[in-house]
Write a protein that binds this ligand. Structure first.
Ligand code: 13P
Ligand code: SF4
Length: 379
């Protein structure tokens, strides 16, 4: 189940104007929108914090007070005192901000249609069904630690809380899977098979002990022997953006630039990770390339907005940053957060109207908070 979406809400006992309609922003010119965002932000002062993921387009990313990967942004959300947390990211990130902040703080997603297609590849009904099926061949709660990637709905984080599991991000997945094995002998990892496989591989787990669990097939499409032999059951899910990168992209780059260096996000296919020089989160990619010697050339396997921004930033140092694919791999859902939606959100807040609040029901939030806290403590 998704978090409640409250499209317009007024703080109690405040006299305010009627909510400003989004239509008024649709035809506005870019320069006007930028000026209105700056003005509304100034008016809100320290009542507002804007958190921005690295995949956001430059026209909104520039307004973020803090930027980061999922782990860094969840820490910011847990630490801020701001009344309003506006998330330039996708739905699960705003949910995490709501779960980790105090009850009186308000988490906002400027466009409610900014979801994550990978997160949607697992839902509670399918995960519960999988648990029941697995329970036919082993004692689920005694044998399996469920681990959900942070790219998942709050009710899946709550499921992990209820069944002794935990959340991970692309930064800490290996450490968290190790935590999982300290609790029980097997891990059910969802929804990203690529992150799970790469993390398990780095820990020395043979590929045949990491079979794919297809939630749309009876018993995940596996035999009883495969399930019993498995160390990590990998949910059949992936990121459509990172799935576009290919081993051949790397082969061609290395042939043309033998001194070139390859860096990828762990949501990329296994062969891409295997053939990369470095693999890590968005924050890790930015840090690694930024700290590299001048004159180096990089092939980067992650979302296009991040790569384009990095390429511009590295130019003065004589570093060349290339995108891994010839196909445009933009996160189309992140792109829904545009200057129109940001200006509309901030102007409403400045007028006392809360729009697009993301509120996770408390019974889910409590269990989800437990698993997120477990993750923050373990990483
Ligand atoms: P990071 O936590 O590495 O920023 O990844 C989030 C994400 O959704 C990548 O697709
Ligand atoms: Fe989700 Fe992929 Fe977009 Fe990341 S890049 S938010 S995993 S769809």
């Amino acid at each position: 189940m998704q978090a409640t979406l409250e499209t317009t809400e007024r703080p109690a006992n405040t006299l305010t104007a009627a909510p400003i309609k989004f239509e008024r922003f649709q035809a506005a010119q870019e320069a006007e929108l930028q000026a209105r965002i700056i003005a509304a932000k100034k008016k809100l002062g320290n009542r507002l914090v804007i958190l921005g993921h690295h995949y956001q387009q430059e026209s909104v990313y520039r307004h973020a007070d803090y930027t980061g990967d999922s782990l860094k942004l969840s820490r910011f959300a847990a630490e801020t005192d701001a009344e309003y947390i506006v998330f330039l990211g996708v739905h699960f990130m705003a949910e995490v901000a709501d779960i980790l902040s105090r009850p009186e703080q308000i988490s906002i997603l400027p466009d409610l249609s900014a979801g994550c297609s990978m997160a949607d590849m697992a839902n509670l009904a399918k995960v519960e069904r999988s648990r029941r099926e697995l329970a036919k061949v082993l004692d689920f709660d005694a044998t399996i630690t469920p681990i959900t990637y942070i790219n998942s709905a709050a009710d899946l984080k709550a499921f992990c809380g209820e069944h002794g599991g935990i959340v991970c991000t692309s930064t800490n997945a290996t450490k968290i899977i190790e935590w999982g094995f300290r609790q029980r002998e097997k891990v059910l990892f969802f929804p990203d098979q690529n992150l799970g496989r790469w993390s398990g591989y780095k820990m020395g787990i043979p590929l045949e002990q990491m079979p794919v669990w297809d939630p749309d097939l009876p018993m995940g499409g596996l035999t009883e022997a495969q399930i019993k032999n498995a160390k990590i059951l990998l949910w059949k899910g992936h990121c459509a953006v990172h799935q576009m990168f290919r081993e051949q992209n790397i082969t061609r780059f290395r042939a043309e630039h033998p001194d070139g260096i390859v860096i990828s996000h762990p949501e990329s296919p296994f062969e891409v990770c295997l053939n990369s020089d470095y693999v890590g989160s968005t924050e890790y990619i930015l840090k690694t390339v930024s700290e590299a010697p001048a004159g180096t050339r990089w092939l980067v396997g992650t979302e296009l907005n991040l790569v384009n921004r990095l390429a511009e930033q590295m130019k003065p140092q004589g570093k060349i940053v290339q995108f891994m694919s010839h196909v445009i791999c933009e996160c189309s859902t992140m792109a829904r957060i545009d200057p129109q939606h940001l200006a509309w959100t901030l102007e409403n807040l400045a007028e006392g109207n809360v729009v697009n609040r993301i509120k996770v029901p408390e019974h889910e939030a409590e269990l989800a908070r437990l698993t997120l806290q477990r993750m923050l403590d373990a990483s």
